[in-house]
Design a binder for this molecule. Structure first.
Ligand SMILES: [Zn+2]
Length: 401
């Protein structure tokens, strides 16, 4: 056999009118070309549909999915109201659900969301588990269990995340340490939630100590409120450079960026580039969002994320990244064909770059993480935002159990 899997008659983002075959062997794209050998263990008829890299979701609060009915919409109103001036109140309201946290019910919700991720062609998710004195390790345990159950179809990277702060929530740091011992993949953080700049810096320093001790990447929720005076993105970026953690840090939200004065924004861009920091924005979950297009134009690894699925912060969500891009297209007024291509990068190749996933682009020699869409163009894919016809992870077609 020449290939383990062969996709015949595929359209790619750059193939224009030509149809190409994509041969996959040993988990990798081994050949892309016209009329390849049909000696393959499995053949998928591409039917002239668009084949691209699979979808990557850089930000999902996976322990909280489907908790909206438990918490009601009070927190959501605070989070999105007053130009995000009350976001901190929302987090306090939302934390009530954690008094009932238990791995046994969380895992059921996680499985439901993970199955949707597979259906909609996500092969990689950076998933946050609240890890603090209320949630304890219940969320982390559920997410690690799901990570193992779904590893053939979607890579779930588990972030141990101190949602209510570290200085504000004495004891949270110890739970993060326990979560890392338990097998969490990434050290989280949310420095802007602390009461003073000094405490925010302490939050970053403590989480970095753990990241270095366990040799792990860092993912922090940053400046997620309508306050242009928030400065934790700058703090985290300078810390990243100081500690030599370039290419290993991701920031999420950074909504206050929308309100920065231009010279300060330019300084932040320079720091993000120097620190090789990935940024995930979720314009559908709040009225402010990071300057996505400007960051893209500057070459920053910017991506879109699902953020939430039916929880205290956002009532919808299907783990469908095409749907996220479709919503972002309206919210950010990115509706030209060129901008649609950018949106598509933000949920595929750029998202992979932000998460430091290597060799992700669909080209010979790289890993075969692909989707065969039920659409012929990026425009049609965004418009329909339907489930792919086929999803391939590490060279194998995946199915939903
Ligand atoms: Zn979030």
């Amino acid at each position: 056999m020449d290939f383990d899997l062969l996709i015949k008659k595929a359209r790619t983002r750059s193939s224009e009118k030509d149809f190409l075959d994509i041969g996959i062997k040993d988990g990798k794209v081994s050949k892309i070309g016209k009329n390849l050998s049909k000696k393959a263990s499995q053949i998928i008829d591409g039917k002239g549909k668009l084949v691209t890299e699979s979808f990557v979701n850089g930000h999902l609060h996976l322990c909280k999915v489907y908790t909206l009915a438990m918490v009601g919409t009070e927190a959501l109103t605070s989070y999105q109201g007053a130009s995000m001036g009350k976001a901190m109140t929302a987090i306090e309201l939302a934390s009530k659900v954690k008094e009932q946290y238990d791995e046994s019910w969380i895992i059921e919700n996680v499985r439901k969301a993970a199955r949707l991720a597979v259906k909609y062609g996500n092969t990689h998710i950076r998933a946050f588990a609240d890890t603090d004195t209320k949630a304890k390790l219940e969320g982390v345990k559920a997410l690690i269990k799901a990570r193992e159950e779904f590893k053939e179809s979607v890579e779930i990277q588990v972030v141990a995340f101190p949602q209510d702060g570290v200085v504000r929530d004495p004891g949270a740091e110890d739970y993060i340490r326990q979560a890392m011992d338990f097998g969490a993949d990434v050290v989280g953080g949310i420095p802007w939630i602390e009461y003073t700049d000094e405490d925010s810096q302490r939050h970053i320093d403590l989480m970095f100590e753990l990241a270095k001790k366990y040799d792990k990447d860092v993912s922090m929720l940053i400046d997620d409120a309508g306050d242009p005076g928030l400065r934790t993105l700058e703090m985290l970026a300078t810390k990243t450079i100081k500690e030599g953690w370039e290419g290993r840090v991701m920031v999420h939200h950074a909504r206050a960026m929308a309100l920065y004065p231009e010279p300060y924004f330019r300084k932040i861009v320079a720091l993000l580039k120097r620190g090789e920091i990935g940024v995930v924005s979720d314009p559908q979950t709040g009225p402010l969002y990071a300057r996505v297009k400007d960051l893209y134009d500057e070459g920053v690894a910017i991506a879109l994320g699902q953020d939430d699925i039916a929880d205290a912060y956002y009532p919808y969500g299907r783990n469908n990244m095409l749907e996220v891009a479709f919503l972002a297209s309206h919210l950010m007024w990115m509706t030209t064909f060129e901008e649609m291509e950018i949106l598509y990068d933000l949920i595929t190749t750029n998202a992979a770059k932000a998460m430091a996933i290597k060799n992700f682009e669909m080209k010979e020699g790289n890993k075969a993480n692909l989707v065969v869409l039920d659409a012929e163009s990026v425009w049609e894919a965004l418009n329909e935002h339907g489930a792919p016809l086929h999803v391939i992870k590490d060279g194998k077609e995946v199915t939903i159990e």
